[in-house]
Design a protein around this ligand. Structure first.
Ligand SMILES: [Zn+2]
Length: 96
């Protein structure tokens, strides 16, 4: 993603609608991590298909799954080719 897109997506993660979607995602999953065999409590809402700055992929709940923080970090780091390893804001990578 370009720096411009990263800045845009960072703003999305601060919007009230995102917090509402994330909470709904975690509650629907009963705070269980979606990774098979993982028993950690889900704290993060992951984008099943990486949104890459696409608002509709970012916001639609059918593209969301609950993951624990470590599974989410691993997935994001893999998908973004290390991008997710950069400094995070409020524990959220911007890619996942
Ligand atoms: Zn997990």
């Amino acid at each position: 993603m370009s720096d411009e897109t990263v800045a845009k997506v960072r703003r999305w993660y601060r919007q009230r609608i995102w917090f509402a979607r994330r909470d709904a995602c975690l509650k629907a999953a009963l705070y269980r991590c979606a990774t098979p065999g993982c028993l950690e409590r889900a704290t993060d809402c992951d984008h099943i298909r990486p949104h890459r700055g696409d608002w509709s992929l970012f916001i639609k709940s059918s593209n969301h799954q609950a993951l624990c923080h470590s599974c989410h970090s691993r997935k994001t780091a893999r998908e973004d080719g290390g991008f997710g390893n950069r400094r995070r804001e409020a524990g959220q990578g911007v890619g996942g």
